[in-house]
Design a protein. Structure first.
Length: 460
Protein backbone atom coordinates (compact mmCIF):
# COMPACT_ATOMS: atom_id res chain seq x y z
CA UNK A 1 0.00 0.00 0.00
CA UNK A 2 1.49 3.31 -1.12
CA UNK A 3 0.09 6.57 0.21
CA UNK A 4 1.75 9.93 -0.33
CA UNK A 5 -0.54 11.60 2.20
CA UNK A 6 -0.04 9.34 5.23
CA UNK A 7 -0.63 10.96 8.58
CA UNK A 8 2.27 9.28 10.40
CA UNK A 9 5.93 9.77 9.60
CA UNK A 10 8.11 8.29 12.33
CA UNK A 11 8.69 4.94 14.00
CA UNK A 12 7.75 6.52 17.31
CA UNK A 13 4.33 7.51 16.02
CA UNK A 14 3.75 4.05 14.60
CA UNK A 15 4.76 2.41 17.86
CA UNK A 16 2.21 4.55 19.70
CA UNK A 17 -0.62 3.70 17.30
CA UNK A 18 0.29 -0.01 17.15
CA UNK A 19 0.51 -0.20 20.96
CA UNK A 20 4.15 -1.21 20.84
CA UNK A 21 7.57 0.18 21.69
CA UNK A 22 10.37 1.50 19.51
CA UNK A 23 13.20 -0.97 20.23
CA UNK A 24 15.62 0.38 17.61
CA UNK A 25 15.36 3.81 15.99
CA UNK A 26 17.94 3.80 13.21
CA UNK A 27 16.09 5.70 10.49
CA UNK A 28 14.84 9.25 10.20
CA UNK A 29 13.18 8.62 6.83
CA UNK A 30 9.44 9.21 6.50
CA UNK A 31 7.26 6.10 6.42
CA UNK A 32 4.90 6.32 3.46
CA UNK A 33 3.59 2.78 2.98
CA UNK A 34 2.78 -0.47 4.76
CA UNK A 35 3.60 -3.97 3.48
CA UNK A 36 3.01 -7.47 4.87
CA UNK A 37 5.09 -9.16 2.16
CA UNK A 38 8.77 -8.38 1.73
CA UNK A 39 8.16 -8.44 -2.03
CA UNK A 40 5.73 -5.51 -1.68
CA UNK A 41 8.12 -3.40 0.41
CA UNK A 42 9.37 -0.25 -1.33
CA UNK A 43 11.39 2.80 -0.34
CA UNK A 44 9.75 4.22 2.79
CA UNK A 45 7.80 1.08 3.76
CA UNK A 46 6.87 -0.19 7.19
CA UNK A 47 7.24 -3.99 6.96
CA UNK A 48 4.85 -5.89 9.23
CA UNK A 49 6.30 -9.34 9.98
CA UNK A 50 3.31 -11.67 10.21
CA UNK A 51 3.53 -15.37 10.96
CA UNK A 52 1.44 -17.41 8.53
CA UNK A 53 0.56 -21.08 8.25
CA UNK A 54 3.51 -21.79 5.95
CA UNK A 55 5.96 -18.89 6.24
CA UNK A 56 7.02 -16.44 8.92
CA UNK A 57 7.54 -12.82 7.93
CA UNK A 58 10.28 -12.52 10.54
CA UNK A 59 12.46 -14.65 8.22
CA UNK A 60 12.19 -12.07 5.44
CA UNK A 61 13.09 -8.86 7.25
CA UNK A 62 16.42 -8.64 5.43
CA UNK A 63 14.64 -8.88 2.06
CA UNK A 64 12.18 -6.14 3.07
CA UNK A 65 15.01 -3.83 4.09
CA UNK A 66 16.84 -4.44 0.82
CA UNK A 67 13.63 -3.49 -1.01
CA UNK A 68 13.44 -0.19 0.87
CA UNK A 69 11.72 -0.81 4.21
CA UNK A 70 12.75 1.77 6.78
CA UNK A 71 10.85 0.27 9.73
CA UNK A 72 9.80 -3.19 10.88
CA UNK A 73 6.86 -4.14 13.11
CA UNK A 74 7.74 -7.43 14.81
CA UNK A 75 6.68 -9.85 17.54
CA UNK A 76 8.53 -9.41 20.83
CA UNK A 77 9.35 -13.16 20.87
CA UNK A 78 11.31 -12.67 17.64
CA UNK A 79 13.33 -9.66 18.84
CA UNK A 80 16.77 -11.22 18.59
CA UNK A 81 16.08 -12.79 15.18
CA UNK A 82 15.11 -9.30 14.00
CA UNK A 83 18.21 -7.69 15.47
CA UNK A 84 20.49 -10.17 13.69
CA UNK A 85 18.93 -9.32 10.32
CA UNK A 86 18.90 -5.56 10.99
CA UNK A 87 22.44 -5.20 12.33
CA UNK A 88 23.99 -2.07 10.84
CA UNK A 89 20.98 -1.36 8.61
CA UNK A 90 19.25 2.08 8.49
CA UNK A 91 15.96 0.64 9.74
CA UNK A 92 13.88 1.03 12.90
CA UNK A 93 12.40 -1.85 14.89
CA UNK A 94 9.01 -1.62 16.61
CA UNK A 95 8.09 -4.43 18.97
CA UNK A 96 4.53 -5.55 19.78
CA UNK A 97 3.08 -8.57 21.55
CA UNK A 98 1.27 -9.77 18.41
CA UNK A 99 1.98 -8.39 14.93
CA UNK A 100 -1.50 -8.98 13.52
CA UNK A 101 -3.09 -7.18 16.47
CA UNK A 102 -0.44 -4.49 16.13
CA UNK A 103 -1.28 -4.03 12.43
CA UNK A 104 -4.98 -3.84 13.25
CA UNK A 105 -4.40 -1.33 16.06
CA UNK A 106 -2.23 0.78 13.75
CA UNK A 107 -4.94 0.78 11.06
CA UNK A 108 -7.67 1.56 13.60
CA UNK A 109 -5.85 4.57 15.01
CA UNK A 110 -4.67 5.72 11.60
CA UNK A 111 -8.23 5.70 10.24
CA UNK A 112 -9.47 7.65 13.26
CA UNK A 113 -6.87 10.37 12.59
CA UNK A 114 -8.07 10.71 8.98
CA UNK A 115 -11.53 11.71 10.20
CA UNK A 116 -13.33 10.55 7.02
CA UNK A 117 -16.98 9.48 7.05
CA UNK A 118 -16.75 5.69 7.07
CA UNK A 119 -19.06 3.23 5.29
CA UNK A 120 -18.75 -0.51 6.05
CA UNK A 121 -20.26 -3.14 3.75
CA UNK A 122 -20.76 -6.84 4.48
CA UNK A 123 -22.86 -9.62 2.96
CA UNK A 124 -22.65 -13.04 1.35
CA UNK A 125 -22.28 -11.51 -2.11
CA UNK A 126 -22.53 -8.10 -3.75
CA UNK A 127 -20.06 -6.36 -1.43
CA UNK A 128 -17.53 -5.44 -4.08
CA UNK A 129 -20.00 -4.19 -6.70
CA UNK A 130 -21.84 -2.11 -4.10
CA UNK A 131 -18.52 -0.73 -2.85
CA UNK A 132 -17.32 0.17 -6.35
CA UNK A 133 -20.56 1.97 -7.28
CA UNK A 134 -20.89 3.83 -3.98
CA UNK A 135 -17.24 4.90 -3.96
CA UNK A 136 -17.56 6.12 -7.54
CA UNK A 137 -20.60 8.23 -6.64
CA UNK A 138 -19.10 9.66 -3.45
CA UNK A 139 -15.96 10.47 -5.41
CA UNK A 140 -18.04 13.03 -7.31
CA UNK A 141 -18.60 14.87 -4.01
CA UNK A 142 -15.25 14.50 -2.29
CA UNK A 143 -12.05 12.49 -2.14
CA UNK A 144 -12.98 8.88 -1.40
CA UNK A 145 -10.87 5.89 -0.37
CA UNK A 146 -12.10 2.34 -0.88
CA UNK A 147 -11.12 -1.29 -0.46
CA UNK A 148 -8.70 -2.11 -3.27
CA UNK A 149 -9.64 -5.39 -4.91
CA UNK A 150 -10.80 -7.76 -2.20
CA UNK A 151 -8.66 -6.74 0.81
CA UNK A 152 -11.47 -7.20 3.34
CA UNK A 153 -10.14 -9.77 5.84
CA UNK A 154 -8.39 -9.56 9.20
CA UNK A 155 -5.16 -9.07 7.25
CA UNK A 156 -6.48 -7.22 4.19
CA UNK A 157 -8.81 -4.70 5.81
CA UNK A 158 -6.04 -2.93 7.78
CA UNK A 159 -4.05 -2.53 4.57
CA UNK A 160 -7.15 -1.10 2.88
CA UNK A 161 -7.47 1.61 5.51
CA UNK A 162 -4.01 2.96 4.70
CA UNK A 163 -5.50 4.18 1.43
CA UNK A 164 -7.15 6.88 3.53
CA UNK A 165 -5.37 10.19 3.89
CA UNK A 166 -5.96 13.65 5.30
CA UNK A 167 -7.79 14.74 2.13
CA UNK A 168 -10.42 11.97 2.24
CA UNK A 169 -14.00 12.91 2.92
CA UNK A 170 -15.29 9.32 2.67
CA UNK A 171 -14.02 5.78 3.14
CA UNK A 172 -15.93 2.81 1.68
CA UNK A 173 -14.70 -0.56 2.91
CA UNK A 174 -15.75 -4.20 2.67
CA UNK A 175 -15.85 -6.36 5.79
CA UNK A 176 -15.53 -10.04 4.89
CA UNK A 177 -15.97 -12.66 7.60
CA UNK A 178 -15.80 -16.45 7.50
CA UNK A 179 -15.38 -17.27 11.21
CA UNK A 180 -17.36 -16.46 14.34
CA UNK A 181 -15.85 -13.48 16.17
CA UNK A 182 -14.29 -11.71 13.19
CA UNK A 183 -16.93 -8.99 12.74
CA UNK A 184 -16.21 -7.51 16.17
CA UNK A 185 -12.59 -7.02 15.15
CA UNK A 186 -13.30 -5.72 11.65
CA UNK A 187 -16.00 -3.33 12.82
CA UNK A 188 -13.74 -1.94 15.52
CA UNK A 189 -11.06 -1.24 12.89
CA UNK A 190 -13.38 0.60 10.49
CA UNK A 191 -15.75 2.01 13.12
CA UNK A 192 -18.38 2.65 10.41
CA UNK A 193 -20.73 5.61 10.55
CA UNK A 194 -22.91 3.85 7.97
CA UNK A 195 -23.22 0.06 7.74
CA UNK A 196 -24.68 -2.05 4.93
CA UNK A 197 -25.67 -5.72 4.72
CA UNK A 198 -26.11 -6.56 1.04
CA UNK A 199 -27.65 -9.99 1.66
CA UNK A 200 -27.15 -13.19 3.66
CA UNK A 201 -27.20 -16.74 2.29
CA UNK A 202 -25.51 -20.08 2.87
CA UNK A 203 -21.82 -19.26 2.49
CA UNK A 204 -18.83 -20.31 4.62
CA UNK A 205 -21.15 -22.64 6.59
CA UNK A 206 -18.30 -25.14 6.79
CA UNK A 207 -16.63 -22.66 9.16
CA UNK A 208 -19.68 -21.03 10.74
CA UNK A 209 -21.46 -24.33 11.43
CA UNK A 210 -24.97 -22.97 10.91
CA UNK A 211 -26.85 -20.22 9.10
CA UNK A 212 -27.85 -18.81 12.49
CA UNK A 213 -24.20 -18.34 13.46
CA UNK A 214 -23.55 -16.66 10.12
CA UNK A 215 -26.50 -14.26 10.52
CA UNK A 216 -25.54 -13.39 14.08
CA UNK A 217 -21.98 -12.69 12.99
CA UNK A 218 -22.80 -10.46 10.03
CA UNK A 219 -25.42 -8.44 11.91
CA UNK A 220 -22.74 -7.29 14.37
CA UNK A 221 -21.79 -4.68 11.77
CA UNK A 222 -24.87 -2.80 13.02
CA UNK A 223 -23.07 -1.67 16.17
CA UNK A 224 -24.20 1.12 18.52
CA UNK A 225 -21.77 3.61 16.93
CA UNK A 226 -23.50 3.28 13.53
CA UNK A 227 -25.58 6.30 12.57
CA UNK A 228 -27.42 4.65 9.66
CA UNK A 229 -27.91 0.94 8.88
CA UNK A 230 -29.09 -0.55 5.58
CA UNK A 231 -30.24 -4.02 4.58
CA UNK A 232 -31.72 -5.43 1.38
CA UNK A 233 -35.50 -5.55 1.27
CA UNK A 234 -35.05 -9.01 -0.31
CA UNK A 235 -33.06 -10.42 2.62
CA UNK A 236 -35.16 -13.15 4.23
CA UNK A 237 -33.56 -12.48 7.62
CA UNK A 238 -34.11 -8.71 7.62
CA UNK A 239 -36.78 -8.67 10.35
CA UNK A 240 -34.68 -10.79 12.72
CA UNK A 241 -31.66 -8.58 12.12
CA UNK A 242 -33.61 -5.33 12.47
CA UNK A 243 -35.27 -6.53 15.68
CA UNK A 244 -31.90 -7.15 17.31
CA UNK A 245 -30.18 -4.05 15.95
CA UNK A 246 -29.19 -1.28 18.39
CA UNK A 247 -29.81 1.26 15.58
CA UNK A 248 -32.78 1.71 13.22
CA UNK A 249 -32.44 -0.31 9.99
CA UNK A 250 -33.44 1.10 6.58
CA UNK A 251 -34.29 -1.22 3.69
CA UNK A 252 -32.95 -0.70 0.17
CA UNK A 253 -34.30 -2.05 -3.11
CA UNK A 254 -36.71 -1.33 -5.93
CA UNK A 255 -39.66 -1.05 -3.55
CA UNK A 256 -37.85 1.09 -1.00
CA UNK A 257 -36.06 3.63 -3.17
CA UNK A 258 -37.71 6.98 -3.83
CA UNK A 259 -37.10 8.89 -7.03
CA UNK A 260 -36.36 5.92 -9.32
CA UNK A 261 -38.52 6.73 -12.35
CA UNK A 262 -37.54 4.04 -14.86
CA UNK A 263 -35.22 1.09 -15.41
CA UNK A 264 -34.34 -0.39 -18.81
CA UNK A 265 -32.52 -3.72 -19.17
CA UNK A 266 -29.77 -3.42 -21.79
CA UNK A 267 -28.76 -7.11 -21.52
CA UNK A 268 -24.96 -7.41 -21.74
CA UNK A 269 -24.68 -3.62 -21.61
CA UNK A 270 -26.25 -3.40 -18.18
CA UNK A 271 -29.00 -0.96 -17.22
CA UNK A 272 -30.23 2.53 -17.98
CA UNK A 273 -31.84 4.21 -14.97
CA UNK A 274 -33.69 7.47 -14.56
CA UNK A 275 -33.42 8.85 -11.04
CA UNK A 276 -34.98 12.16 -10.00
CA UNK A 277 -35.08 13.27 -13.63
CA UNK A 278 -31.49 12.31 -14.49
CA UNK A 279 -30.54 9.35 -16.69
CA UNK A 280 -27.52 7.16 -16.00
CA UNK A 281 -25.96 3.99 -17.40
CA UNK A 282 -24.79 1.14 -15.16
CA UNK A 283 -22.45 -1.03 -17.22
CA UNK A 284 -23.03 -4.17 -15.12
CA UNK A 285 -25.39 -6.95 -16.19
CA UNK A 286 -27.96 -8.77 -14.11
CA UNK A 287 -30.68 -7.91 -11.63
CA UNK A 288 -28.23 -8.45 -8.78
CA UNK A 289 -26.02 -5.63 -10.10
CA UNK A 290 -29.04 -3.34 -10.36
CA UNK A 291 -29.89 -3.99 -6.69
CA UNK A 292 -26.30 -3.21 -5.69
CA UNK A 293 -26.59 0.05 -7.63
CA UNK A 294 -29.88 0.95 -5.96
CA UNK A 295 -28.25 0.41 -2.56
CA UNK A 296 -25.42 2.75 -3.52
CA UNK A 297 -27.89 5.37 -4.78
CA UNK A 298 -29.94 5.31 -1.58
CA UNK A 299 -26.87 5.67 0.63
CA UNK A 300 -25.37 8.40 -1.56
CA UNK A 301 -28.64 10.31 -1.50
CA UNK A 302 -28.69 10.06 2.30
CA UNK A 303 -25.17 11.52 2.34
CA UNK A 304 -26.26 14.52 0.31
CA UNK A 305 -25.22 13.61 -3.23
CA UNK A 306 -27.28 15.24 -5.98
CA UNK A 307 -28.94 13.27 -8.77
CA UNK A 308 -26.32 14.64 -11.18
CA UNK A 309 -23.45 13.48 -8.94
CA UNK A 310 -25.08 10.07 -8.60
CA UNK A 311 -25.46 9.77 -12.38
CA UNK A 312 -21.85 10.80 -13.00
CA UNK A 313 -20.63 8.26 -10.45
CA UNK A 314 -22.74 5.41 -11.84
CA UNK A 315 -21.66 6.23 -15.41
CA UNK A 316 -17.99 5.90 -14.40
CA UNK A 317 -18.28 2.41 -12.90
CA UNK A 318 -16.25 -0.16 -14.83
CA UNK A 319 -16.77 -3.91 -14.91
CA UNK A 320 -14.64 -5.82 -12.42
CA UNK A 321 -12.74 -8.95 -13.53
CA UNK A 322 -14.36 -12.06 -12.10
CA UNK A 323 -17.60 -10.31 -11.22
CA UNK A 324 -19.92 -10.57 -14.23
CA UNK A 325 -17.34 -8.91 -16.49
CA UNK A 326 -18.24 -9.26 -20.17
CA UNK A 327 -15.62 -10.03 -22.85
CA UNK A 328 -17.12 -9.64 -26.32
CA UNK A 329 -15.67 -11.28 -29.42
CA UNK A 330 -16.18 -14.28 -31.67
CA UNK A 331 -17.04 -16.03 -28.44
CA UNK A 332 -18.56 -13.82 -25.75
CA UNK A 333 -17.63 -14.62 -22.16
CA UNK A 334 -19.27 -13.56 -18.90
CA UNK A 335 -16.59 -14.02 -16.26
CA UNK A 336 -18.30 -14.39 -12.88
CA UNK A 337 -15.62 -16.70 -11.57
CA UNK A 338 -14.45 -14.79 -8.51
CA UNK A 339 -16.58 -16.83 -6.11
CA UNK A 340 -19.83 -18.74 -5.84
CA UNK A 341 -22.60 -19.65 -3.44
CA UNK A 342 -26.14 -20.60 -4.38
CA UNK A 343 -27.52 -17.06 -4.25
CA UNK A 344 -24.85 -15.54 -6.49
CA UNK A 345 -25.10 -18.52 -8.87
CA UNK A 346 -28.89 -18.19 -9.05
CA UNK A 347 -28.58 -14.45 -9.76
CA UNK A 348 -26.20 -14.82 -12.71
CA UNK A 349 -28.12 -17.81 -14.10
CA UNK A 350 -31.30 -15.76 -13.93
CA UNK A 351 -29.55 -13.06 -15.98
CA UNK A 352 -28.36 -15.66 -18.52
CA UNK A 353 -31.82 -17.19 -18.78
CA UNK A 354 -33.42 -13.81 -19.55
CA UNK A 355 -30.62 -12.63 -21.83
CA UNK A 356 -31.60 -12.08 -25.47
CA UNK A 357 -28.98 -14.06 -27.40
CA UNK A 358 -29.07 -15.49 -30.92
CA UNK A 359 -26.34 -18.09 -30.44
CA UNK A 360 -25.83 -20.90 -27.95
CA UNK A 361 -25.64 -20.30 -24.22
CA UNK A 362 -22.99 -22.38 -22.46
CA UNK A 363 -22.28 -22.75 -18.75
CA UNK A 364 -18.92 -23.69 -17.19
CA UNK A 365 -19.43 -24.22 -13.46
CA UNK A 366 -16.94 -25.12 -10.77
CA UNK A 367 -17.93 -26.47 -7.36
CA UNK A 368 -19.39 -24.20 -4.70
CA UNK A 369 -17.10 -24.67 -1.70
CA UNK A 370 -17.31 -24.06 2.08
CA UNK A 371 -21.06 -24.70 2.23
CA UNK A 372 -20.82 -27.33 4.98
CA UNK A 373 -24.07 -29.16 5.65
CA UNK A 374 -25.81 -27.02 3.00
CA UNK A 375 -23.52 -28.23 0.20
CA UNK A 376 -25.63 -31.12 -1.07
CA UNK A 377 -28.95 -29.27 -1.14
CA UNK A 378 -27.32 -26.16 -2.62
CA UNK A 379 -25.82 -28.14 -5.49
CA UNK A 380 -29.14 -29.92 -6.13
CA UNK A 381 -30.90 -26.54 -6.25
CA UNK A 382 -28.19 -25.29 -8.61
CA UNK A 383 -28.81 -28.31 -10.83
CA UNK A 384 -32.51 -27.50 -11.06
CA UNK A 385 -31.75 -23.87 -11.92
CA UNK A 386 -29.26 -24.95 -14.60
CA UNK A 387 -31.87 -27.35 -15.96
CA UNK A 388 -34.22 -24.41 -16.57
CA UNK A 389 -31.57 -22.03 -17.89
CA UNK A 390 -31.93 -22.83 -21.59
CA UNK A 391 -28.22 -23.69 -21.84
CA UNK A 392 -27.01 -25.70 -24.83
CA UNK A 393 -23.90 -27.09 -23.12
CA UNK A 394 -22.98 -27.40 -19.47
CA UNK A 395 -19.45 -28.06 -18.21
CA UNK A 396 -19.21 -29.16 -14.58
CA UNK A 397 -15.87 -29.21 -12.76
CA UNK A 398 -15.20 -30.53 -9.27
CA UNK A 399 -16.28 -33.32 -6.95
CA UNK A 400 -19.39 -31.52 -5.66
CA UNK A 401 -20.62 -31.02 -9.22
CA UNK A 402 -21.21 -34.76 -9.63
CA UNK A 403 -24.53 -34.22 -7.83
CA UNK A 404 -25.49 -31.56 -10.41
CA UNK A 405 -24.43 -33.88 -13.22
CA UNK A 406 -26.56 -36.76 -11.89
CA UNK A 407 -29.59 -34.52 -11.45
CA UNK A 408 -29.36 -33.15 -14.99
CA UNK A 409 -28.98 -36.65 -16.43
CA UNK A 410 -31.87 -38.05 -14.38
CA UNK A 411 -34.15 -35.18 -15.38
CA UNK A 412 -33.31 -35.55 -19.08
CA UNK A 413 -31.63 -32.20 -19.57
CA UNK A 414 -32.01 -31.47 -23.33
CA UNK A 415 -28.49 -30.04 -23.78
CA UNK A 416 -25.11 -31.72 -23.49
CA UNK A 417 -23.49 -32.12 -20.06
CA UNK A 418 -19.76 -32.62 -19.44
CA UNK A 419 -18.43 -33.53 -16.00
CA UNK A 420 -14.94 -34.10 -14.64
CA UNK A 421 -12.84 -33.61 -11.53
CA UNK A 422 -9.89 -32.83 -13.84
CA UNK A 423 -9.67 -29.26 -15.11
CA UNK A 424 -7.74 -30.30 -18.22
CA UNK A 425 -10.61 -32.58 -19.25
CA UNK A 426 -13.13 -29.77 -18.88
CA UNK A 427 -10.82 -27.46 -20.84
CA UNK A 428 -10.55 -30.05 -23.65
CA UNK A 429 -14.35 -30.47 -23.72
CA UNK A 430 -14.73 -26.70 -24.05
CA UNK A 431 -12.25 -26.60 -26.94
CA UNK A 432 -14.08 -29.38 -28.78
CA UNK A 433 -17.48 -27.80 -28.24
CA UNK A 434 -17.10 -24.02 -28.64
CA UNK A 435 -18.09 -22.34 -31.91
CA UNK A 436 -18.25 -18.75 -33.12
CA UNK A 437 -21.29 -16.93 -31.79
CA UNK A 438 -21.32 -18.81 -28.48
CA UNK A 439 -21.91 -17.24 -25.09
CA UNK A 440 -20.02 -18.76 -22.14
CA UNK A 441 -20.59 -18.17 -18.43
CA UNK A 442 -17.70 -18.94 -16.06
CA UNK A 443 -18.73 -19.45 -12.44
CA UNK A 444 -17.34 -21.23 -9.39
CA UNK A 445 -15.78 -20.82 -5.98
CA UNK A 446 -12.42 -19.03 -5.82
CA UNK A 447 -10.40 -22.21 -5.34
CA UNK A 448 -11.81 -23.63 -8.59
CA UNK A 449 -10.19 -20.82 -10.63
CA UNK A 450 -12.65 -21.04 -13.52
CA UNK A 451 -11.05 -17.94 -15.06
CA UNK A 452 -8.38 -20.32 -16.35
CA UNK A 453 -10.77 -20.94 -19.26
CA UNK A 454 -10.57 -17.31 -20.38
CA UNK A 455 -7.47 -17.67 -22.61
CA UNK A 456 -9.00 -20.71 -24.29
CA UNK A 457 -12.31 -18.98 -24.98
CA UNK A 458 -10.80 -15.66 -26.04
CA UNK A 459 -8.13 -17.19 -28.25
CA UNK A 460 -5.27 -15.73 -26.25
Amino acid sequence: MKNDEVLFASATEIASMAKGVTYINNSSKCITSVAISSKDAVQGSLFVALKGAKVDGHDFIGDAIRNGAVAVLANEKQTYKCIRQMMGKPCSLIIVQDTLEGLQSLARNYAAKCNAQMIGITGSCGKTTTKEILASILGMRGTTAKTPGNLNSLYGLPLSLFHLNSKCRYGVFELGVDHVGEMDTLSSIVNPDIAIITNICESHLEKFGSIRNLIDEKRKIFGPQVEKAYISEQCQYKHYIAKGSPVPVTEFGVQSIRGLESVVNMDLNGWVLKYNGVKMHLNCLGWHSLIDCICAIQVADELGCTAKQIAEGVNRVVQIPGRSKVYEGEITVIDDSYNANYESSYAILDAIEKLRWKGRKNLAFGSMKELGSASSVSHRMLGKKIGNSGASNVFLYGKEMEEVYSLLKNESFPGKVFYSEMFEEIQNDVVRTMTEGDLFLLKGSRVMQMERLLPTLLGQ
